[in-house]
Design a protein around this ligand. Sequence first.
Ligand SMILES: Cc1cc2nc3c(=O)[nH]c(=O)nc-3n(C[C@H](O)[C@H](O)[C@H](O)COP(=O)(O)OP(=O)(O)OC[C@H]3O[C@@H](n4cnc5c(N)ncnc54)[C@H](O)[C@@H]3O)c2cc1C
Length: 408
Amino acid sequence: MIEGPVVIIGTGQAGFQTAASLRIEGFEGDIFMFGDEPGLPYQRPPLSKAFFKDGSADRLLFRNQDFFEKNSINIKDNCSVKSIDRQKKQVLLDDGDTISYEHLVLATGTRNRALPIAGSDLKNVLALRTLYDANHIRKTAKAGQRVIMIGGGFIGLELASVLREFGCEVTVIEAEKRPMARAVSEQISTYFVDAHTKSGIKIHCNSMVSKVLGEAEAEGVKLSDGTEIGADLVFICAGVVPNSEIASEAGLETSNGILVDDLLLTNDPFISAIGDCASFVHKSSGTLVRLESVQNAADQAKCIAKRLTGTPKTYEAVPWFWSDQGGKKLQIAGLTGSADKLICHSDDENGKISVFAFENGQFVGVEAVNMAKNYVISRKILETGKPVMLSDFEASDFDLMEILKKIS
Ligand SMILES: Cc1cc2nc3c(=O)[nH]c(=O)nc-3n(C[C@H](O)[C@H](O)[C@H](O)COP(=O)(O)OP(=O)(O)OC[C@H]3O[C@@H](n4cnc5c(N)ncnc54)[C@H](O)[C@@H]3O)c2cc1C
């Protein structure tokens, strides 16, 4: 159990949850949080979903100012931490102040990947990560505009469907052979390509944008095969990179993020890293992962709050994630990326699909669209940590609930 100040760099999902959970666990020492964005900590997921329609920033806040005051959480916004002095156990702020820590939590998240193509700095080339970006998009987008999304990942497709509903002509350009290729099975990609295409969104796969066209403002894009597509707005949705420089400059180990062990500690026992910025070996898959999800940020924060207050436990949470696209809810539990066998159950008439994923004959995850029951039961199965075999899913009397009952 530590007593002294805990300093948290980053006031996103992971940083906020760390501070809140420390107080829940009874930590009475000082907590300092520093975030380089303006305002109180807020949720990002609605930015590419409901926020475009309602524009209500207050609803995004995790807690209001009272919460931070009542819980004696010192939070400083618009403040960037410039460096870490591991010898002195201090961080240096951009205003020149230094703050000492007994334990330091790096919750620095990610930033949008910049595309090294000509024209990407033109006016009307936009991206979405922050509340500021989302407000800017709301002010700039007009119904009837031609919009190009460079990148067909979750955020690109969520934003594409929101803008389509708003009345824009939307084209998605994806470099891979299918959208969301890094994150979901081919069946789920195909499902969403069909759904988006039916709603009027055009999707070009295996296509690279070589240039954003225009003089001062974006007027379209040029693809590497020479095709030109006109646009009034161009969005760069080409993924993110971890904010790990502050860690590597302080001599902490990094590999696609800040490397942490199964307790979420860096190679310095006085510094933890969590959330989107942290890479770790996932317990059940044995692979090095860096997860970009609310679940991972929040659960890792709870895990270190427990450790810092005297109940250390290795981080083993089952990953889960959701994405809302054009009225369809995709829910994922487990890690499905390395699956070698998939079983698909679909109800085409009602637009529902579940894909169960297996590796070496063992159940490793589910991807379900509008099939919440399959998602919930599968997640519970995975959370038991008990092995469930492919043969259980292939049995003629297959019943997911019965599988769960059998192992519970
Ligand atoms: C538009 C959008 C939609 C999303 N939708 C979903 C979804 O549907 N489901 C889901 O599970 N996840 C979703 N996510 C992902 C989810 O929001 C992230 O996984 C989560 O926010 C990660 O939290 P974090 O605290 O690790 O990082 P972040 O939220 O990125 O917070 C890190 C903060 O630290 C700040 N920072 C970095 N360096 C410094 C420094 N040196 N000094 C001070 N401050 C610093 C950053 O500016 C940032 O404010 C979405 C993300 C976005 C952008």
